[in-house]
Design a protein around this ligand. Structure first.
Ligand SMILES: CN(C)C(=N)NCCC[C@H](N)C(=O)O
Length: 269
Protein backbone atom coordinates (compact mmCIF):
# COMPACT_ATOMS: atom_id res chain seq x y z
CA UNK A 1 0.00 0.00 0.00
CA UNK A 2 1.50 3.38 -1.01
CA UNK A 3 2.38 5.77 1.86
CA UNK A 4 -0.09 8.40 0.53
CA UNK A 5 -2.98 5.92 0.73
CA UNK A 6 -1.94 4.90 4.25
CA UNK A 7 -1.78 8.58 5.34
CA UNK A 8 -5.12 9.39 3.64
CA UNK A 9 -6.71 6.41 5.42
CA UNK A 10 -5.22 7.55 8.73
CA UNK A 11 -6.44 11.16 8.39
CA UNK A 12 -9.97 10.22 7.26
CA UNK A 13 -10.22 7.48 9.91
CA UNK A 14 -9.02 9.90 12.60
CA UNK A 15 -11.54 12.56 11.53
CA UNK A 16 -14.36 10.02 11.69
CA UNK A 17 -13.17 8.97 15.15
CA UNK A 18 -13.11 12.52 16.52
CA UNK A 19 -16.70 13.09 15.30
CA UNK A 20 -17.97 9.73 16.57
CA UNK A 21 -16.08 9.43 19.87
CA UNK A 22 -18.50 11.50 22.04
CA UNK A 23 -21.39 9.22 20.96
CA UNK A 24 -19.20 6.17 21.52
CA UNK A 25 -18.46 7.34 25.08
CA UNK A 26 -22.20 7.67 25.81
CA UNK A 27 -22.79 4.20 24.31
CA UNK A 28 -20.04 2.59 26.40
CA UNK A 29 -21.27 4.23 29.63
CA UNK A 30 -24.87 3.07 28.98
CA UNK A 31 -23.63 -0.45 28.22
CA UNK A 32 -21.61 -0.78 31.42
CA UNK A 33 -22.90 1.60 34.11
CA UNK A 34 -26.21 1.65 35.94
CA UNK A 35 -26.32 5.31 37.01
CA UNK A 36 -27.79 6.79 33.83
CA UNK A 37 -31.50 6.92 32.94
CA UNK A 38 -30.92 7.15 29.19
CA UNK A 39 -28.95 8.92 26.48
CA UNK A 40 -29.93 12.50 27.40
CA UNK A 41 -29.35 11.94 31.12
CA UNK A 42 -25.93 10.44 30.39
CA UNK A 43 -24.94 13.34 28.11
CA UNK A 44 -26.12 15.93 30.65
CA UNK A 45 -24.25 14.24 33.52
CA UNK A 46 -21.03 13.90 31.56
CA UNK A 47 -21.20 17.56 30.49
CA UNK A 48 -22.03 18.79 34.01
CA UNK A 49 -19.43 16.74 35.93
CA UNK A 50 -16.65 16.27 33.41
CA UNK A 51 -17.15 19.16 30.91
CA UNK A 52 -16.89 18.64 27.13
CA UNK A 53 -13.55 16.88 27.69
CA UNK A 54 -15.45 14.02 29.36
CA UNK A 55 -16.84 12.97 25.97
CA UNK A 56 -13.33 12.58 24.55
CA UNK A 57 -11.80 10.33 27.21
CA UNK A 58 -9.87 7.39 25.77
CA UNK A 59 -9.63 8.77 22.23
CA UNK A 60 -5.85 8.93 21.72
CA UNK A 61 -5.07 5.21 21.30
CA UNK A 62 -7.88 4.65 18.77
CA UNK A 63 -6.54 7.62 16.75
CA UNK A 64 -2.99 6.32 16.93
CA UNK A 65 -4.00 2.80 15.90
CA UNK A 66 -6.79 3.37 13.36
CA UNK A 67 -4.52 3.34 10.29
CA UNK A 68 -2.85 0.05 11.26
CA UNK A 69 -6.14 -1.61 12.30
CA UNK A 70 -7.85 -0.55 9.04
CA UNK A 71 -4.84 -1.60 6.94
CA UNK A 72 -5.06 -5.06 8.51
CA UNK A 73 -8.81 -5.23 7.78
CA UNK A 74 -8.67 -4.04 4.15
CA UNK A 75 -5.33 -5.76 3.41
CA UNK A 76 -6.55 -9.15 4.68
CA UNK A 77 -9.91 -8.67 2.90
CA UNK A 78 -8.25 -7.91 -0.43
CA UNK A 79 -5.66 -10.70 -0.16
CA UNK A 80 -8.27 -13.27 0.89
CA UNK A 81 -10.39 -12.31 -2.15
CA UNK A 82 -7.28 -12.62 -4.31
CA UNK A 83 -6.62 -16.12 -2.92
CA UNK A 84 -10.27 -17.19 -3.33
CA UNK A 85 -10.97 -15.76 -6.78
CA UNK A 86 -7.49 -15.40 -8.34
CA UNK A 87 -8.45 -11.90 -9.56
CA UNK A 88 -6.61 -8.70 -8.61
CA UNK A 89 -8.36 -5.53 -7.39
CA UNK A 90 -8.37 -4.07 -10.96
CA UNK A 91 -9.78 -7.24 -12.55
CA UNK A 92 -12.65 -7.46 -10.04
CA UNK A 93 -14.79 -4.82 -11.82
CA UNK A 94 -14.95 -6.96 -14.96
CA UNK A 95 -15.23 -10.25 -13.03
CA UNK A 96 -17.03 -9.48 -9.75
CA UNK A 97 -16.47 -12.05 -6.98
CA UNK A 98 -19.43 -14.04 -5.64
CA UNK A 99 -21.12 -12.77 -2.45
CA UNK A 100 -19.97 -15.93 -0.63
CA UNK A 101 -16.35 -15.05 -1.44
CA UNK A 102 -16.92 -11.43 -0.36
CA UNK A 103 -18.47 -12.63 2.93
CA UNK A 104 -15.66 -15.10 3.67
CA UNK A 105 -13.00 -12.45 2.88
CA UNK A 106 -14.82 -9.91 5.11
CA UNK A 107 -15.01 -12.41 7.99
CA UNK A 108 -11.29 -13.22 7.62
CA UNK A 109 -10.45 -9.50 7.73
CA UNK A 110 -12.75 -9.17 10.75
CA UNK A 111 -10.97 -11.88 12.80
CA UNK A 112 -7.50 -10.47 12.26
CA UNK A 113 -8.44 -6.80 12.75
CA UNK A 114 -10.23 -7.74 16.00
CA UNK A 115 -7.04 -9.39 17.28
CA UNK A 116 -5.02 -6.19 16.56
CA UNK A 117 -7.78 -3.93 17.90
CA UNK A 118 -8.38 -5.81 21.19
CA UNK A 119 -5.79 -4.14 23.52
CA UNK A 120 -6.48 -0.64 22.12
CA UNK A 121 -10.24 -1.14 22.47
CA UNK A 122 -9.86 -2.41 26.05
CA UNK A 123 -7.86 0.68 27.06
CA UNK A 124 -10.39 2.95 25.32
CA UNK A 125 -13.32 1.36 27.18
CA UNK A 126 -11.56 1.52 30.58
CA UNK A 127 -10.70 5.22 30.11
CA UNK A 128 -14.19 6.10 28.80
CA UNK A 129 -15.67 4.63 31.97
CA UNK A 130 -13.70 6.87 34.33
CA UNK A 131 -16.20 9.43 35.61
CA UNK A 132 -13.76 11.55 37.65
CA UNK A 133 -13.60 15.16 36.51
CA UNK A 134 -10.32 16.47 35.14
CA UNK A 135 -11.45 20.09 35.42
CA UNK A 136 -13.14 20.38 38.83
CA UNK A 137 -10.60 21.20 41.56
CA UNK A 138 -10.50 18.65 44.39
CA UNK A 139 -11.92 15.77 42.31
CA UNK A 140 -10.52 12.33 43.20
CA UNK A 141 -7.68 10.98 41.05
CA UNK A 142 -8.88 8.51 38.41
CA UNK A 143 -7.49 4.95 38.58
CA UNK A 144 -5.74 5.38 35.21
CA UNK A 145 -3.83 8.61 34.48
CA UNK A 146 -3.80 8.11 30.69
CA UNK A 147 -3.58 5.40 28.01
CA UNK A 148 0.04 4.37 28.70
CA UNK A 149 -0.54 4.28 32.47
CA UNK A 150 -3.73 2.30 31.83
CA UNK A 151 -1.86 -0.27 29.68
CA UNK A 152 0.93 -0.56 32.28
CA UNK A 153 -1.55 -0.93 35.18
CA UNK A 154 -3.58 -3.63 33.38
CA UNK A 155 -0.33 -5.45 32.60
CA UNK A 156 0.76 -5.30 36.27
CA UNK A 157 -2.61 -6.04 37.88
CA UNK A 158 -4.16 -8.47 35.38
CA UNK A 159 -1.08 -9.88 33.62
CA UNK A 160 -0.22 -9.79 29.88
CA UNK A 161 -3.41 -11.74 29.08
CA UNK A 162 -5.37 -9.00 30.84
CA UNK A 163 -4.59 -6.73 27.88
CA UNK A 164 -6.66 -9.10 25.73
CA UNK A 165 -9.67 -9.20 28.06
CA UNK A 166 -12.80 -9.26 25.88
CA UNK A 167 -10.80 -10.19 22.75
CA UNK A 168 -12.87 -13.36 22.07
CA UNK A 169 -16.08 -11.38 22.25
CA UNK A 170 -14.60 -8.72 19.99
CA UNK A 171 -13.74 -11.44 17.45
CA UNK A 172 -17.23 -12.94 17.72
CA UNK A 173 -18.67 -9.44 17.19
CA UNK A 174 -16.48 -8.46 14.24
CA UNK A 175 -16.15 -11.72 12.28
CA UNK A 176 -19.67 -12.09 10.88
CA UNK A 177 -20.50 -8.39 11.03
CA UNK A 178 -17.55 -7.34 8.87
CA UNK A 179 -18.63 -10.06 6.42
CA UNK A 180 -22.06 -8.37 6.43
CA UNK A 181 -20.37 -4.98 5.96
CA UNK A 182 -18.52 -6.00 2.79
CA UNK A 183 -21.50 -7.91 1.29
CA UNK A 184 -23.81 -4.89 1.82
CA UNK A 185 -21.18 -2.51 0.43
CA UNK A 186 -20.51 -4.66 -2.65
CA UNK A 187 -24.22 -5.30 -3.27
CA UNK A 188 -25.12 -1.59 -3.17
CA UNK A 189 -22.15 -0.57 -5.33
CA UNK A 190 -23.06 -3.20 -7.95
CA UNK A 191 -26.73 -2.18 -7.88
CA UNK A 192 -26.00 1.49 -8.58
CA UNK A 193 -22.97 1.25 -10.93
CA UNK A 194 -23.20 0.61 -14.68
CA UNK A 195 -21.47 -2.66 -15.64
CA UNK A 196 -17.70 -2.53 -16.05
CA UNK A 197 -17.40 0.97 -14.48
CA UNK A 198 -16.05 2.04 -11.11
CA UNK A 199 -18.65 3.26 -8.55
CA UNK A 200 -18.95 7.06 -8.26
CA UNK A 201 -17.86 8.86 -5.05
CA UNK A 202 -21.53 9.37 -4.13
CA UNK A 203 -22.24 5.64 -4.53
CA UNK A 204 -19.19 4.76 -2.42
CA UNK A 205 -20.32 7.19 0.30
CA UNK A 206 -23.93 5.97 0.44
CA UNK A 207 -22.98 2.27 0.13
CA UNK A 208 -20.39 2.69 2.92
CA UNK A 209 -22.97 4.41 5.13
CA UNK A 210 -25.62 1.70 4.68
CA UNK A 211 -23.01 -1.07 5.08
CA UNK A 212 -21.97 0.55 8.37
CA UNK A 213 -25.59 0.65 9.59
CA UNK A 214 -26.26 -2.99 8.60
CA UNK A 215 -23.10 -4.22 10.30
CA UNK A 216 -23.57 -2.19 13.51
CA UNK A 217 -27.22 -3.24 13.91
CA UNK A 218 -26.04 -6.86 13.95
CA UNK A 219 -22.91 -6.11 16.03
CA UNK A 220 -24.60 -4.22 18.88
CA UNK A 221 -25.82 -7.14 21.08
CA UNK A 222 -22.31 -8.62 21.21
CA UNK A 223 -20.88 -5.13 21.65
CA UNK A 224 -22.76 -4.90 24.98
CA UNK A 225 -21.27 -8.23 26.08
CA UNK A 226 -17.80 -7.17 24.92
CA UNK A 227 -17.86 -3.91 26.92
CA UNK A 228 -19.09 -5.75 30.03
CA UNK A 229 -16.37 -8.41 29.74
CA UNK A 230 -13.73 -5.69 29.31
CA UNK A 231 -14.85 -3.93 32.51
CA UNK A 232 -15.05 -7.19 34.43
CA UNK A 233 -11.30 -7.21 35.21
CA UNK A 234 -11.75 -4.48 37.83
CA UNK A 235 -12.63 -5.58 41.35
CA UNK A 236 -14.69 -8.71 42.12
CA UNK A 237 -15.76 -10.62 39.01
CA UNK A 238 -19.39 -10.21 37.97
CA UNK A 239 -19.38 -12.90 35.24
CA UNK A 240 -17.92 -16.43 35.04
CA UNK A 241 -16.85 -16.00 31.41
CA UNK A 242 -18.40 -15.07 28.10
CA UNK A 243 -21.27 -17.59 28.12
CA UNK A 244 -22.36 -16.62 31.63
CA UNK A 245 -22.33 -12.95 30.63
CA UNK A 246 -24.43 -13.70 27.50
CA UNK A 247 -26.93 -15.81 29.44
CA UNK A 248 -27.41 -13.08 32.02
CA UNK A 249 -27.46 -10.04 29.71
CA UNK A 250 -29.40 -11.24 26.63
CA UNK A 251 -32.67 -12.17 28.42
CA UNK A 252 -32.71 -8.69 29.98
CA UNK A 253 -32.05 -7.04 26.58
CA UNK A 254 -34.85 -9.08 24.95
CA UNK A 255 -37.23 -8.28 27.84
CA UNK A 256 -36.45 -4.58 27.54
CA UNK A 257 -37.08 -4.44 23.81
CA UNK A 258 -40.34 -6.41 24.17
CA UNK A 259 -41.46 -4.00 26.88
CA UNK A 260 -40.36 -1.13 24.63
CA UNK A 261 -38.66 0.64 27.51
CA UNK A 262 -34.90 0.60 27.45
CA UNK A 263 -34.23 2.81 30.44
CA UNK A 264 -36.39 1.39 33.21
CA UNK A 265 -34.82 -2.03 33.69
CA UNK A 266 -34.44 -2.89 37.38
CA UNK A 267 -30.91 -4.12 36.64
CA UNK A 268 -30.08 -0.77 35.09
CA UNK A 269 -28.99 -2.39 31.81
C1 LIG B 1 -19.30 -3.19 12.20
N1 LIG B 1 -18.17 -3.45 13.03
C2 LIG B 1 -18.36 -4.40 14.07
C3 LIG B 1 -17.01 -2.78 12.84
N2 LIG B 1 -16.95 -1.89 12.02
N3 LIG B 1 -15.95 -3.18 13.55
C4 LIG B 1 -14.69 -2.49 13.56
C5 LIG B 1 -14.89 -1.24 14.36
C6 LIG B 1 -13.78 -0.85 15.17
C7 LIG B 1 -14.17 0.41 15.90
N4 LIG B 1 -13.08 1.23 16.24
C8 LIG B 1 -15.07 0.17 17.12
O1 LIG B 1 -15.90 0.99 17.37
O2 LIG B 1 -14.96 -0.82 17.83
Amino acid sequence: MPVEEFMAGWISGALGLVLGHPFDTVKVRLQTQTTYRGIMDCMAKIYRHESLLGFFKGMSFPIASIAVVNSVLFGVYSNTLLALTATSHQERRAQPPSYTHVFVAGCTGGVLQAYCLAPFDLIKVRLQNQTESRVQPGSPQPRYRGPVHCAATIFQEEGPRGLFRGAWTLMLRDTPTLGIYFVTYEGLCRQYTPEGQNPSSATVLVAGGFAGIASWVTATPLDVIKSRMQMDGLGPKAYHGLLDCMLRVFPVLVGMSLAGNASSSPTGL
